[in-house]
Design a protein around this ligand. Sequence first.
Ligand code: 13P
Length: 253
Amino acid sequence: MKRIRMVAGNWKMNMTYEMGRDLVMQVRDGLAPSEVKVVFCPPYIHLKPTSISLHDVLNLHVGAQNCHESEKGAFTGEISASMLKSVGCEYVILGHSERREIYKESHKLIGEKVKAVLANGMKPIFCFGEKLDSREAKKQNDVVKKQLKESLFDVIEKEDIANVVLAYEPVWAIGTGKTASPKQAQEMHEFIRSLVAKKYGKEAANLTTILYGGSVKPANAKELFGQPDVDGGLIGGASLKANDFVEITKAFF
Ligand code: 13P
């Protein structure tokens, strides 16, 4: 088995219905067939139309940006994992720094969401990463280790790690234009893979897809994705521009 390489676009809270529909079409039509998996993670209203547009297109998939940890009930405004599954979602972004920061999501809550997504046969794209002060204090490895332990390693068994995509997103690089250098990304990804190996074994670690996120653009994607432990990217701003997103998916070649 080979490690899956992936480019996922996190639209965050952007794009009206029409704009989103056009963007999906433009990307779909611009992509060259390849082994790289491309995942669209638009806001909820776009999920069903996106999954219809991508139906049966090899290697193109749909993901959500969040979900509730419960199956159903009186949670006004929330969406459950089974609802996401029912509109064709295969992935769900969890633990994004914006959810941790703005919505105060705890390690425990994120772990519960991970379980809900896996129980519904979808794959979490589990995000984590240190803030600038931790990086400056050289504490980035400790932060990442804790995030992985409390929301993932303490929560899931070995058979589930194959269904989890990891996304290292240093908070200081998100939306700032400041990218981690290829060396910084590689060092951290290698460390992350070693943690997965320690917990679930070397074979599982070798197969785990670890994405980098934080100001990835066509100009820096090639060098980042060229690192041995960087298996692709989770793209924010550049995923909103069809040409840029398509270019980034080609950065492996
Ligand atoms: P940017 O690519 O806009 O820095 O965002 C990264 C991100 O948060 C993806 O989840």
